[in-house]
Design a protein around this ligand. Structure first.
Ligand code: GLN
Length: 487
């Protein structure tokens, strides 16, 4: 069995069927990481107890117990999720050396489902970014071409899949951070409906937008992984009581009669040639599969980036106030004159440039005098966007759109121009604002060989339609499983 190329479902079936041991799988990926990851920097930490965890799964299998739906699958987790006893940094100097006394609910649920924790992956600092370049521990590189970014903020979780350093991973998505890196690295990424997945133990960026979700080699793996981490959690009051359906078992890739919505606004902001080609081929593939293509419109989409960056920065400025060097975070070594100076020293040393920019923008947008003009206005646009999506979903079952306007850009190309970087999030931020589930599925390649994904968005809690359409698209496109450049 080629462990690097195997899917999550193949691995767990092999472990359950005693064809391979969980310890062999864990060892295989540990060795690959040790050999290759210095070129990509996708991991920030390896779990020192991964082999013990794997041995426990093997012991369960040997004694006839049910090892669970993720039996023996090593999973890489974005370093924004707390892991008990294992350093959690949010890729920030602010949290360097922080070892959480508890694990995120997502991590607990992975283990309960029989998975083993492989390690913690690189990200943009506090998940703020679209390129993984704002990490305090160095950028992560795209395995398809090391001069290019893997996307962000969950860059490490996407890159480690493309480089086959893990069979599956967990990312978080506040404005596109699962779907965009999935698109840039040629893997599948799912941002669940807001409230599907517990945020307990996920270091907060913008609480009304944040959701953790799976990143996998294909849609079916994504369904299995999402089932394991979803559902009500008493530790997060914003989780939903909505039952978690057996998505994987119910995947139905028959597209006849399914209404695929194409956004009138899908061309905004100059989608590049290769992205447009990949997008229309995907639409054509759905049509050939018997789907009905319908036109829909979400007019406020053109304000999505502005609205998102006001709301996300506002919530971030409030969430990040806790890092004062007393309760949490870095404490400056230099002597300080008074309390204000003490906070200033801790925070200016601990946070990077992009995080500071967001804190300043958010504090400004929430300050009295500007609150109504910015934060309230943005909240009103958000409400309208949600209503527009609801009308669009009266006419269609799933919306097909690009994930980003262009494929992975070069490292360094946008980092000094924040607005250019933010524009990248044009097609992804609206689903977070509206709380909708979305998936990024590989759709094809640009002329330079870099992968390009397409995005599917569905109604609240209708992840099933996403998995169905994504699985159908995967078989229709049958993209070559070629190994990324240099791996
Ligand atoms: N790129 C967006 C931002 O910088 C989204 C980040 C995310 O989803 N965590 O805020």
């Amino acid at each position: 069995m080629d462990l690097s190329q195997s899917t999550l479902v193949e691995l767990r079936d092999a472990v359950r069927g005693k064809q391979v041991k969980a310890v062999e799988i864990a060892d295989h990926f540990l060795q690959r990481i040790a050999r290759i990851d210095r070129e990509f920097n996708s991991f920030l930490a390896i779990n020192p107890t991964v082999m013990d965890e794997a041995a426990k799964v093997d012991a369960a299998v040997a004694s006839g117990l049910d090892p669970g739906p993720l039996a023996g699958v090593p999973i890489a987790v974005k370093d924004l999720l707390c892991t008990k006893g294992l350093a959690t940094t949010a890729a920030s100097n602010m949290l360097k050396g922080f070892v959480p006394p508890y694990s995120a609910t997502v991590v607990e649920r992975l283990r309960a489902a029989g998975a083993v924790l492989l390690g913690k992956t690189n990200l943009d600092e506090f998940a703020m970014g679209s390129s993984n370049e704002t990490s305090a521990f160095g950028p992560c590189r795209n395995p398809w071409n090391r001069d290019h970014v893997p996307g962000g903020s969950s860059g490490g979780s996407a890159a480690c899949l493309a480089a086959r350093l893990a069979p599956a991973s967990i990312g978080t998505d506040t404005g596109g951070s699962i779907r965009q890196p999935a698109s840039f690295c040629g893997v599948v990424g799912i941002k669940p409906t807001y409230g599907r997945v517990s945020r307990y133990g996920v270091i907060a960026f913008a609480s009304s937008l944040d959701q953790a979700g799976p990143m996998t080699q294909n849609a079916r793996d994504g369904a299995v992984l999402l089932e394991a981490i979803s559902g009500r959690d008493d530790l997060d009051a914003t989780t939903s009581d909505e039952p978690v359906p057996p998505w994987f078992r119910k995947i139905d890739s028959d597209m006849s009669g399914v209404r695929i919505g194409i956004l009138k606004e899908a061309g905004i902001g100059d989608v590049d040639e290769s992205t447009a080609v990949v997008f229309s081929r995907a639409a054509e593939a759905f049509r050939k599969l018997g789907a009905r293509i319908v036109n829909v419109s979400v007019p406020t989409l053109r304000y999505a980036v502005a609205t998102y960056y006001l709301i996300a920065a506002s919530e971030a400025s409030s969430n990040l106030a806790r890092y004062d060097g007393v309760r949490y975070g870095h404490r400056a070594a230099r002597p300080t004159a008074d309390l204000d100076d003490f906070y200033a020293a801790n925070r200016s040393e601990g946070f990077g440039l992009e995080v500071k920019r967001r804190i300043m923008l958010g504090t400004y947008a929430l300050s009295s005098g500007y609150h109504d003009a910015y934060y309230i206005k943005a909240s009103q646009v958000r409400r309208r966007m949600r209503d527009e999506y609801a009308s669009a979903f009266a006419a269609c079952d799933v919306i097909l759109s690009p994930v980003t306007a262009s494929p992975a850009f070069k490292i360094g190309a946008r980092i000094s121009d924040p607005l250019e970087m933010y524009r990248n999030d044009m097609f992804t931020t609206s689903s977070n604002l509206a709380g909708l589930p979305g998936i990024s599925v590989p759709g094809g390649f640009a002329e330079n060989g870099l992968p390009i994904g397409v995005q599917l968005t569905a109604k609240h809690f209708d992840e099933q339609s996403l998995f169905n359409a994504a699985a159908a698209l995967e078989s229709a496109l049958a993209l070559p499983k070629k190994a990324p450049h240099g791996v």
